[in-house]
Design a protein. Structure first.
Length: 91
């Protein structure tokens, strides 16, 4: 089957990956490396948010950072699996 007919979700450029973390967090740095690679390969925009500057994010996620959202929904936390993130963004 052609990839054109297989796609169920939005095009990669219409997705958004959000990394929620804090400064001096080695897991956050590791997550960013994976996100930069996958999003760069697929042309998916991404953003980084700092829980130390946002009380609402801090309250919600402080025990889970880094947290990765895809299109505003929680995808994962603590460790980012490259294959899983890639699959989420291409299915």
């Amino acid at each position: 089957m052609s990839p054109l007919f297989r796609r169920k979700g939005p095009a990669p450029q219409d997705r958004l990956v959000t990394l929620i973390g804090k400064p001096d967090c080695h897991l956050c740095e590791d997550a960013q490396v994976v996100i930069e690679k996958v999003c760069g390969d697929l042309g998916v925009p991404w953003e980084k948010k700092d829980i130390t500057r946002d009380p609402e994010l801090h309250e919600r996620y402080w025990e889970q950072i880094p947290v990765v959202l895809v299109d505003g929904k929680q995808h994962t936390f603590w460790r980012v699996d490259e294959g899983r993130l890639r699959k989420e963004l291409t299915d």
